[in-house]
Ligand binder design. Structure first.
Ligand code: PEP
Ligand code: MG
Length: 853
């Protein structure tokens, strides 16, 4: 490489504008995963994560060096400075594959001339990174000043200026960059800036015209791009810099600063920030895995969804959807992309309307990502550069997915699959690839490198008995979906999975974290026998589930289900639930920017009541606040949200909202099918306040039929005063999740104490006993709607303590009914008495494991 010629005298005072050689994402050199570039050993500059496939000349000059393999080029400008552009990292190893130089060394070139064309997809596949350093090779004689913030950039946009050092004085960088306001702050959000806070930031900035960014460790992202913010991996206690530029920059900066400072309902002490969970911890089996099958045929994985399956392997890999790199002009391609996004939005909304539980929230998350400003900007830039809509969408999504994987945070890395899922679905619409259900032969265990959430939802559920994937993580959306579908699954098995041929017998013991490949006949037979016993037990329970539940000695115990949607209600009825002991109404109130109207609420409650075909429906009044913030309720940041404005206290703080909800519940026909339950009661005065509202609204609506009003026992205060509450309530229902958290003073959302929170702790059992006794004194019944009612080890104890109604998750209702029917009350009482005498939760669990009816 020729050393730069010093021609400072000739340009004293002048600045040379340098244009972006690539379309893509402009960032800092620190982001380049190569110490030589990141440490500025070769020179200072910027980096661009390309989304296009063409490197253009950043300024007029001469090609002073062109690497033989065509991946790097240096331009010397007349004033002597040299700019090096190095496409990707370690791309020299590609020996020219994927690079087509369009110039030769010594050529005179003009700004904007094409220097190198390259195959972005091929380089993404083959190289560790495609991020491209753009460097001023020598900094002794020139000063480099950035003129563009990190973010999307189009080839040809000015990115920095060079100023001869002798001419530096009087030309400060700010003159070129304009006034950028900045503020540094520590993030006080318990879970960092995850999807929901990122969406709130976007919403809060919607009225401002200033460009606003958030930077962590030198990497900045458009603050209006939730996906971009996720890639920063911002965690509790991280220091970030927020900056704004534009006419209303000061107001935008103040709004954003106040919003982050507020903690957005998830406030925590930044000093208490836990260490991030490294990716390697989750992916350990992959890291250790070899590409060879072990001699015993047993591969270790991480449980995504427990269970046992026996079947034959089927490789699963959908071919990548092919897209043309170039389009038919920017207007046409932009319109195609918009149409495809609109169509997918419509499909996702329809799917969400029919989904429930985790499936619903995953679909909603994909719907939100579809409107991400960062993705849209990047795609539009590529389209403007000549790319087809499909190519532009793919090249917008991939760097973001790669950035999520690179955050070093296992949970964020798992969200990359959601991005790729969204990529595929948009391309499927654009290219007319049908979303057909994926069918397989009976007894299929899917073997895949990775599986996307929408692919799992599209599987033919009859024939697929489980799946195993090479990559993935236990908290990915695919894992959550598999668990909700009851499909055994192992993730992070590693590359040895490639050795498993189609048709190979497999024993998938997802509970035991093992995939047994090609077991011998005897082992296979034993596993089949085990599976047959489990299946027969489940089938018998399901067959008997239609009958009303009684103990073996004839005591009526109602087995209800907890619901969050109409789909849950249908599943509950199919599984023999005799009603619903808890409808969590929060699903209607969260993830939206305004409160639902009375009519919207009535329609939703009515559809669920109708799906229950006359069975009782206990509707819980809104339990919002604490761990469930609603964006439109300005609940101020609290030191201890679990002890603050939550549950019915929010209803008292927003009386119109409480009244609207009661009005909606009373509008459901037939009147009386819905009972009302009040969350987070601490004393009888609160119950009286709700009853007063209920009576007034009933009178206004002319309703004379009785509508039952019950109390959720979730605080130790409610448990020990159960007799006082039962004197005025129609029923009590114990929320063991919160009762346990408050009894043990352990935050149910805090991973540091998660291992010790157990509802079978003797203190919680004693509070349950006290509640049942208090209710019985006034002839009222006590139910349990917390997760203890879904725990087969807990159920005999609860029945023995006097619980008359168990509200469990819909899927487990048949098992709970079978369990109760096998018990006598006498056995259950003796068992419960022994449990009350245990010293620890572990002792109770040991006792419970040894109990058999
Ligand atoms: C509980 O606290 O046990 C309960 C059922 O309510 P949630 O889990 O919705 O707080
Ligand atoms: Mg609760």
């Amino acid at each position: 490489m020729t050393p730069p010629t010093n021609k400072i005298d000739g340009i004293a005072g002048a600045s040379i504008a340098i244009g972006a050689p690539l379309t893509g994402w402009l960032t800092v050199l620190d982001e380049v995963p190569d110490a030589v570039f990141a440490s500025r050993m070769l020179g200072d500059g910027v980096a661009i994560d390309p989304t296009g496939d063409c490197l253009v000349c950043p300024c007029d000059g001469e090609v002073s060096a062109l690497n033989a393999s065509g991946h790097a080029v240096t331009i010397r400008i007349a004033e002597g400075a040299e700019i090096l552009m190095h496409i990707g990292i370690d791309t020299v190893a590609l020996a020219g594959r994927g690079f087509t130089p369009c110039v030769r060394q010594g050529d005179r070139v003009k700004r904007g001339d094409v220097l190198i064309r390259f195959d972005l997809d091929a380089i993404v596949q083959a190289a560790p990174a495609v991020v491209t350093p753009v460097l001023l090779l020598e900094t002794d004689h020139f000063t480099l000043a950035r003129t563009r913030d990190n973010g999307p950039v189009k080839a040809g946009d000015d990115i920095f200026t060079l100023t001869a050092k002798a001419a530096e004085a009087g030309t400060p960088a700010e003159t070129a960059t304009g006034a950028t306001l900045e503020r540094a702050l520590l993030v006080p959000l318990a879970h960092g800036i995850h999807a929901r806070p990122a969406a709130r930031i976007k919403e809060a900035l919607s009225g401002f015209s200033a460009s606003v960014s958030i930077a962590k460790a030198g990497k900045a992202m458009n603050a209006r791009s939730p996906v971009g913010l996720l890639t920063l991996g911002i965690r509790l206690g991280d220091e970030v810099t927020i900056s704004a530029q534009g006419p209303d920059a000061a107001e935008a900066l103040a709004t954003l600063g106040a919003l982050i400072d507020s903690g957005m309902g998830e406030k925590a002490d930044p000093a208490s920030a836990p260490k991030a969970q490294p990716v390697a911890q989750v992916a350990a089996p992959v890291a250790q895995g070899t590409a060879v099958l072990p001699t015993d045929g047993k591969l270790a994985g991480v449980t995504a969804s427990p269970g046992l399956a026996v079947g034959q392997a089927r490789a699963f890999r959908l071919p990548e959807i092919q897209v043309a790199p170039t389009g038919q002009g920017a207007a046409v391609e932009q319109a195609r992309l918009e149409a495809a996004r609109a169509e997918l939005a419509r499909r996702l909304e329809a799917e969400a309307a029919h989904a429930s539980g985790p499936q619903k929230s995953i679909i909603q998350a994909h719907r939100a990502m579809l409107d991400d400003d960062g993705l849209l900007e990047a795609a539009s830039l590529s389209i403007g550069d000549g790319a087809s809509a499909g190519h532009a969408w793919r090249t917008a999504v991939r760097p973001q997915a790669a950035a999520l994987r690179a955050t070093g945070d296992a949970h964020l890395a798992e969200r990359a699959d959601d991005m790729l899922d969204l990529e595929r679905r948009v391309l499927a619409v654009l290219e007319g690839v049908a979303d057909e259900p994926l069918s397989f032969p009976p007894g299929t265990v899917l073997v895949a490198e990775d599986l996307l959430p929408s692919q799992l939802m599209a599987l033919d559920k009859e024939n697929v008995v489980g799946f195993v994937v090479e990559r993935g993580g236990p908290t990915s959306h695919v894992a959550i979906l598999a668990a909700s579908m009851g499909l055994p699954a192992l993730v992070a098995i590693g590359p040895a999975l490639h050795q498993v041929a189609d048709g190979t017998d497999l024993i998938l013991d997802a509970t035991g974290c093992t995939l047994h490949v090609a077991p011998d006949a005897a082992t296979l037979a034993t596993a089949r026998d085990r599976l047959a016993v489990i299946t027969a037990r489940r089938a018998a329970a399901k067959a008997a589930a239609g009958k009303p539940c009684h103990t073996a000695d004839g005591v009526r115990i109602e087995v209800f289900a907890n619901l969050g949607s109409e789909a849950d209600a249908k599943q509950a009825v199919a599984n023999g639930a005799e009603g619903s002991g808890l409808l969590r109404t929060e699903f209607l109130f969260l993830e939206r920017s305004t409160a639902p109207t009375v009519a919207e609420q009535t329609a939703d409650y009515q559809s669920i009541a109708t799906a229950l075909e006359g069975r009782p429906l206990i509707v819980r009044l809104l339990d919002i606040g604490g761990d469930k913030p609603a964006p439109y309720l300005p609940i101020p940041a609290e030191e201890n949200p679990a002890l603050g404005l939550r549950g019915i206290r929010v209803g008292f703080a927003y009386p119109a909202m409480l009244e609207d909800q009661i009005r909606a519940i009373l509008s459901v026909q037939p009147v009386g099918q819905c009972r009302i339950m009040v969350p987070m009661i601490a004393g009888v005065d609160e119950l009286r306040r709700v009853r007063a509202v209920l009576d007034r609204v009933r009178a206004e609506m002319g309703i004379t039929d009785k509508v039952e009003l019950g109390v959720m026992v979730e605080t130790p205060a409610a448990a020990v005063t159960a007799d006082l509450l039962a004197a005025e309530a129609d029923f009590l229902s114990i929320g063991t999740n919160d009762l346990t958290q408050y009894a043990l003073a352990m935050d149910r959302g805090n991973a540091a104490v998660a291992g010790s929170i157990d509802g079978l702790h003797p203190s919680v059992l004693r509070l349950i006993a006290q509640t049942c006794q208090g209710a019985a004194r006034h002839g009222k019944w006590t139910g349990v709607c917390g997760s203890l009612a879904s725990d087969p080890l807990a159920v005999p104890i609860l029945v023995g303590l006097g619980v008359a109604e168990l509200s469990a998750t819909p899927a487990i209702v048949p098992e709970i009914k079978a369990l109760v029917s096998a018990l006598t009350l006498e056995q259950a009482r003796a068992h419960a008495a022994a449990a009350l005498e245990c010293a620890t939760a572990a002792d109770v669990r040991t006792l419970a494991r040894g109990f058999s009816a």
